[in-house]
Write a protein that binds this ligand. Sequence first.
Ligand SMILES: NC(=O)CC[C@H](N)C(=O)O
Length: 223
Amino acid sequence: MKVAVLRFPGTNCEFDAKYAFEKLDCEVEIIWHKDEKLPENCDLVVVPGGFSYGDYLRSGAIARFAKIMESVKEFANNGGKVLGICNGFQILLEAGLLPGAMKRNDTLHFISKHHHLKVIDNNNPLLKLLNIGDIVNIPVAHHDGNYYIDEAGLKDLEKNNQILLKYCTSDGDLTNMNGSVSNIAGICNKNRNVFGLMPHPERAMEDVLGSSDGLNMLKGFLK
Ligand SMILES: NC(=O)CC[C@H](N)C(=O)O
């Protein structure tokens, strides 16, 4: 399987994403933001974490104008799979490929720790190897992870089962760690081919990293 991992000035998780998908025997190419085209026969585009353009204006607000994003939009609109992790999620929101917006964490602090997440929907590649209600332990590292969507938008997400992951305790009780509407940690688009989540599954691929729960998430994308 061929995976394209995007890189903007300020991206810092492209090699983590590359490592994770190579561990799953994928062929991975890192794509510079000024490139015009995604590689031929690409099966998945990963928009990785970091601080694209220094998070100036708003996280993801400048990256969404990058040249490569035109190809990413075309790819997504033709049904191609796109996964945005953390800053990648922020970029996909700014690009309008996912609904909602990201605000500063309500504590105004950068949060960096392992956190539990509850699987809300598994009818999608990211979570198809897990069961609804499963709890995974995945690291978070962000200052703008406070997911916002208005009431009508939230109803729409719920109606279409687009909410994929929510923050929870190790016992599975939902918890609000950054102010996100409805404790949302990850969503997908209506067509279920564009995914965004704030936690970093690519940093949870080996027990020595504190968790290998990311394996069963990313494996879901394999053909
Ligand atoms: N780990 C990341 O991708 C950081 C995301 C983002 N720029 C933030 O801090 O909110």
